[in-house]
Design a protein around this ligand. Structure first.
Ligand SMILES: [Fe+2]
Length: 234
């Protein structure tokens, strides 16, 4: 079952000043809504507590969605008025909140309850690629955990695939930057949120403990599906 619809459409005319409605009436603004999780908030325990999952999803992810939609409406208005300085000013809000929505939408799919296969090692071509490029799954996990633990401030650690080179990469991004900011051909397979809001209620300031335990609920099946789509076996 896929995450629920990510997009909704509504006319901008309904959301901006009425006098602009006739001018903008034919434009449709594509906004986002919070996707449902495929599992209950408590289903990832004990690796990640239900309290963290609920707050993370309902408060943090929702805030990125709300603020992205708000910035998008402001952008549309600024564009319609030819207000270049406002268009430029909105870029950071769009990047931060849009990135937050993109990253968290991936993150929820990267997790699965242990009873539903969370933590089970990848099979098939992704398993082979990991062994070939990193030596073993354990080595890859260690590399990602180390990079996540040592990332300064807030951000993400990623396993991605370069879809042109057909090569796996480990990268980190700051704040809510998506993986694509590190290379236009990079496709995320696994993204781990290392913001404090992802672990502090349960692990306090010990980010390495969170990173040790999250692998018990990583959904390698999802990562394998994305990898095989980008790197089909001929
Ligand atoms: Fe987060």
């Amino acid at each position: 079952m896929a995450l629920r619809t990510l997009l909704s459409r509504r006319t901008l005319a309904a959301t901006v000043r009425p006098e602009l409605g006739s001018f903008l009436g034919l434009r449709n603004l594509v906004t986002f809504s919070l996707p449902d999780l495929l599992y209950d908030y408590g289903a990832l325990e004990p690796a990640i507590s239900g309290e963290i999952m609920q707050l993370h999803h309902q408060k943090h992810h929702q805030a990125y969605v709300t603020n992205y939609n708000k910035a998008l409406e402001q952008l549309e208005l600024a564009v319609s008025k030819g207000d270049v300085s406002s268009v430029v000013k909105l870029q950071s809000a769009l990047k931060f909140n849009g990135g937050g929505h993109v990253n968290h939408s991936i993150f929820w799919k990267n997790l699965a309850p242990a009873r539903e296969g969370g933590g089970e090692p990848p099979k098939g071509s992704l398993g082979w690629a990991i062994d070939t490029e990193f030596g073993s799954l354990e080595t890859l996990i260690s590399k990602m955990s180390t990079q996540g633990a040592t990332l300064q401030g807030s951000g993400w650690v990623w396993l991605g695939v370069d879809k042109d080179l057909k090569k796996l990469v480990v990268e980190t991004t700051a704040n809510q930057d998506p993986l694509v900011t590190k290379g236009a051909t990079l496709v995320p397979l696994i993204g781990i949120d290392v913001w404090e809001h992802a672990y502090y209620l349960q692990y306090k300031n010990v980010r390495p403990d969170y990173l040790n335990n999250i692998w018990k609920v990583i959904n390698w099946k999802y990562a394998t599906e994305v990898y095989e789509k980008e790197c089909p076996v001929h």
